[in-house]
Write a new protein. Structure first.
Length: 577
């Protein structure tokens, strides 16, 4: 079953490669002439040693040299042409799959990141490098090796047998190289990925590392992973390097042995000196592609591993099928028998949840930690697919909307807001290539963040980093709220929106919720704090992944919450957290 699924991803890769089929045939044609022109040097040597030196004709030598210079020029131009073509074939392959792989990486990492999602883009680049490398050109040259060996056999069978034996030895070195370096290279690549992952994680948490005096501890942790990566890399390099040197030394010895055997045959009058030199050159040309593959074997291995990883990734995350655009929906959300199982787990975090949210209404979702509030938020935003039941937006299930369209219809403020490297305006505009300044300011005003942003050094053009830079947690939360409202969503999902807000921020949030409700939009708030549900009309209480109560806020609070009066009083005052 797994192999069948992987085959689907492999077919996608083959389709992308198949688009350059015509260029591959052109490269094969150029390779034919390049290898044909490779005969120029041995034939030149044959004529010089056997004819020019014997006749002592300067004119013949001059004419031959001019002809050879022209043929070498043609060979060089063809070789450059096929190299450039393969570079463009590799670029086309990568460009064709860039969006597909990027989407698969993001979709996989958003649900449950693993090794394939972490290295997807790097795997694509490794395949592109192989297509553009001399290793693939060597594959076009290898079919001509038997013809060169046959040419050597014409000069003398013994030379042919020596060349064939040398070729067999080089092939054995290549096979042995693959067998001995496959595992070290895989381990080295995996260790490098783990080391980079740890480094990226520590960078993201640099503030905590610095403030809690964890630099030494984190350095030792990172260094342990780094040293493992270095050890694995050295081991793989030692193995591969040893085989590369062995093939290089053996080919040089073979070249000398070819000359020695040729000289022996010349001394016995079985061949001419020109044939001896020509045979040596032909043998070098015949075995050159094999040696090239040995030297480039790490590139081949990395690309082979990348190809398999990509096939598995694309199979696990199928391409999204085009969906028929639907008219703008009303802010009516229906959850019918919803059951949610987190990706990669077996136990459901939500079980048979039912409720309906009419337009212009705010719903508060409360419950203890682990009750399933964040799971509900992820399901409503389309991040997690329901294991059972349906979520409908104005009658249509969420999977009837394109992911990009759904992200514009349902705004989302996660528990932990992370900004992107760029300006405040770019972050609010969701990194849009051509952001709308009016929509940016409008979203900030609706999130009551406009005045706060204007007080920053460069206002909307203030640059921030992934960690927020100079912004406080509350400011980041408000920028995140503006980002969630940038596309003018019909439903806004807020997961613990008060977690970093001060009294002023909580008032701003309630004001934004009131504005959305007046516009006929709906809001869903996952909350722990009473201030967050002040503007809520309905209340959903979750416990152990199931609905404990649902209905008007005051009624549910009176029925379920013991300290209902205290919460109602606090919520009525507003801003007390």
């Amino acid at each position: 079953m797994q192999q069948r699924q992987t085959e689907k991803g492999r077919q996608e890769l083959l389709e992308a490669r198949r688009e350059s089929r015509g260029l591959y045939w052109i490269v094969a044609l150029f390779s034919f002439f390049v290898n044909l022109l490779m005969l120029t040097s041995p034939l030149y040597m044959l004529q010089v040693y056997d004819r020019v030196l014997g006749s002592r004709s300067v004119e013949t030598l001059f004419s031959l040299t001019l002809l050879v210079a022209f043929l070498f020029l043609m060979m060089g131009m063809l070789d450059i042409a096929r190299t450039r073509i393969m570079a463009r074939v590799g670029a086309r392959f990568q460009q064709k799959l860039d969006r597909r792989v990027f989407d698969a990486v993001i979709r996989k990492a958003a649900v449950k990141p693993d090794e394939h999602s972490a290295t997807g883009l790097r795997d694509l680049e490794s395949v592109q490098r192989l297509i553009s490398s001399p290793a693939l050109t060597a594959f076009f040259d290898i079919p001509w090796t038997p013809f060169f060996l046959f040419g050597i056999m014409i000069f003398h069978p013994w030379l042919g047998y020596l060349a064939i034996s040398g070729g067999v030895v080089l092939i054995l070195i290549t096979v042995t190289n693959q067998a001995f370096t496959r595992r070290p290279m895989a381990q080295a690549n995996q260790a490098v990925v783990q080391s980079e992952h740890i480094a990226a994680q520590l960078q993201a948490e640099a503030e905590s590392v610095q403030s809690m005096g964890m630099r030494d501890a984190t350095f030792h942790r990172w260094q342990k992973s780094r040293n493992k990566a270095l050890r694995e890399f050295i081991s793989a390099n030692d193995s591969g390097g040893g085989f590369s040197v062995a093939s290089k030394v053996f080919r040089q010895f073979l070249q000398s042995a070819m000359l020695g055997l040729g000289a022996y045959l010349v001394l016995h009058g079985e061949m001419t000196p020109g044939a001896m030199i020509a045979g040596s050159i032909l043998m070098g040309r015949a075995l050159a592609p094999i040696e090239m593959l040995i030297n480039q074997w790490s590139v081949v291995q990395r690309a082979s591993k990348g190809w398999n990883n990509l096939a598995e990734l694309l199979s696990m995350v199928p391409a999204e099928v085009p969906r028929t655009p639907l008219p703008a929906p009303k802010a009516k959300l229906e959850v019918q028998g919803l059951t949610v199982v987190p990706p990669g787990e077996a136990q459901a975090t939500l079980r048979v949840v039912n409720f309906m949210l009419p337009p212009g209404t705010a719903l508060g979702v409360i419950g203890p930690s682990g009750a399933g509030k964040s799971s509900l938020a992820r399901a409503i935003t389309g991040l997690w697919r329901p294991a059972g039941g349906k979520i409908r937006l104005d009658g249509a299930t969420l999977d009837q909307y394109d992911a990009t369209v759904l992200g514009q219809l349902i705004g989302y403020l996660p528990q932990r807001v992370e900004l992107f490297d760029g300006t405040i305006a770019e972050n609010i505009a969701r990194l849009a290539p051509e952001p709308d300044p009016d929509k940016i300011v409008t979203a900030a005003k609706r999130a009551d963040a406009h005045d706060m942003i204007l007080k920053l050094p460069n206002g909307y053009d203030t640059r921030v980093t992934a960690s927020g830079g100079r912004l406080s947690g509350g400011q980041i939360q408000r920028v995140g709220l503006a980002r969630a409202m940038y596309s003018d969503p019909v439903i806004l999902v807020l997961d613990e929106p008060n977690s970093n807000l001060d009294n002023e921020g909580s008032k701003a949030l309630n004001s934004a919720i009131k504005t959305l409700k007046s516009e006929g939009k709906s809001v869903i708030i996952m909350a722990h704090r009473p201030a967050a549900i002040q503007e809520c009309d309905l209340l959903l209480v979750l416990e152990n992944g199931a609905v404990k109560a649902f209905g008007p806020k005051d009624k549910v609070l009176n029925e379920v919450v013991r300290n209902a009066q205290q919460i109602q009083k606090t919520a009525g005052q507003g801003g007390v957290q």
